[in-house]
Design a protein around this ligand. Structure first.
Ligand code: NAP
Length: 313
């Protein structure tokens, strides 16, 4: 077996993303030692039962000691506290990265707390599911998915190359981006769809003229696809909304304007306008499939047997 990429990797936070990292690191022999820390004793003990690491530390400070690479996988609102907790225990030359869904705020929180002797390189794997916790991770989560790194000016080239090598070994393709641009791009491709899903599911839940049992019974007509997103972790998404406020508000106002225009087209029976938009959007779906970011199976490849039970609209 070839030498691991790092002697010791510390994973601070061992939920969906942290535990997927632990699994791929183990499977592809990317670290001599995997050290794990989590906020609660329950999650840490579950990580131990799942044999996700080699060392289970009582604190994040203890986990990062002697680590060459530290990856912080906690809700973005907690990243500043984690940086303060680990700062004094980092070995000189350690690479510190994160997986947070927002970048500007994570940098503002973590950078001032971390020592100059560590290489802080923020990151975001654009891969996930609506599940959370250490049981939900899997080693192929990052395969064929993009990981966006947002290195700060003056980042050490060797440290950056090592982190890029790490993510490639995890199966990802790696892009570099300015943190502000990252937050804007992710606001439209990830944060806005999430907010729309929370909103539509909330609206359906609040309706008085349509019963909850009808919403559930006929959900296969489209509603169900929103409920997958709306089932995501409330803490993670609360933090994303609070920590990418400006970009999300900007995208929401664009969205509201476009929705009003769609509303007008429906009100005035402007079929051409509706048809043009729906044709344009269909093309986007085709481009996503061509880029290998989804499969071309009907209904997102959902199981055919389940399909039969759903019936037609
Ligand atoms: P998760 O499954 O809910 O796990 C969260 C982890 O963070 C757990 O170890 C939890 O510890 C710990 N944690 C929670 N609150 C904390 C706090 N206040 N202080 C310190 N630690 C805390 O979350 P996840 O889905 O892996 O998400 C982790 C990060 O990845 C987030 O920043 C998220 O934005 C980002 N991300 C998520 C996805 C996705 O699809 N889920 C995709 C890309 C990036 P305990 O369980 O011990 O409390």
């Amino acid at each position: 077996m070839s030498e691991p990429l790092f002697n010791k990797i510390a994973l601070v936070g061992i939920g969906l993303i942290g535990s997927s990292l632990a699994r791929v690191i183990r499977e592809r022999n990317l670290a001599g030692t995997i050290a794990i820390a989590s906020r609660s004793a329950e999650t840490l003990s579950r990580a131990r039962e799942l044999a996700l690491g080699d060392v289970y530390a009582d604190s994040s400070a203890e986990a990062v000691r002697e680590a060459d690479l530290v990856i912080v996988s906690v809700p973005v609102g907690a990243s500043g506290q984690v940086a303060r907790d680990i700062a004094d225990s980092l070995k000189p030359g350690a690479i510190v990265s994160d997986v947070g869904s927002t970048k500007k705020s994570v940098i503002e929180q973590m950078q001032p707390a971390l020592p100059q002797s560590a290489h802080f390189i923020p990151g975001h794997p654009v891969a996930g599911t609506e599940h959370s916790g250490p049981d939900s991770g899997f080693s192929t989560l990052f395969d064929g998915r993009w990981c966006i790194l947002t290195p700060l000016p003056g980042t050490d080239a060797d440290a950056l190359a090592a982190l890029i090598g790490f993510w490639r070994a995890c199966g990802s393709m790696v892009d570099r981006m300015d943190p502000d641009h990252h937050d804007l791009v992710l606001a439209i491709v990830s944060h806005l769809p999430q907010i729309i899903a929370y909103n539509i599911v909330g609206t359906a839940d609040d309706l008085e003229t349509v019963t909850k049992s009808e919403v559930i019974k006929y959900s296969a007509s489209g509603f169900r696809d929103f409920t997958r997103l709306a089932a995501s972790d409330p803490t993670m998404w609360r933090d994303v909304c609070l920590n990418n406020k400006d970009a999300i508000l900007e995208m929401l106002s664009r969205f509201s304007e476009d929705l009003s225009s769609l509303q007008r087209a429906i009100r005035w029976g402007d079929g051409d306008k509706l048809f043009d938009l729906f044709s344009r959007t269909r093309q986007i779906r085709r481009s996503i499939i061509e880029a290998g970011q989804d499969v071309d199976a009907p209904n997102f490849g959902r199981h055919a047997a389940a399909e039969g039970q759903e019936g037609a609209e």
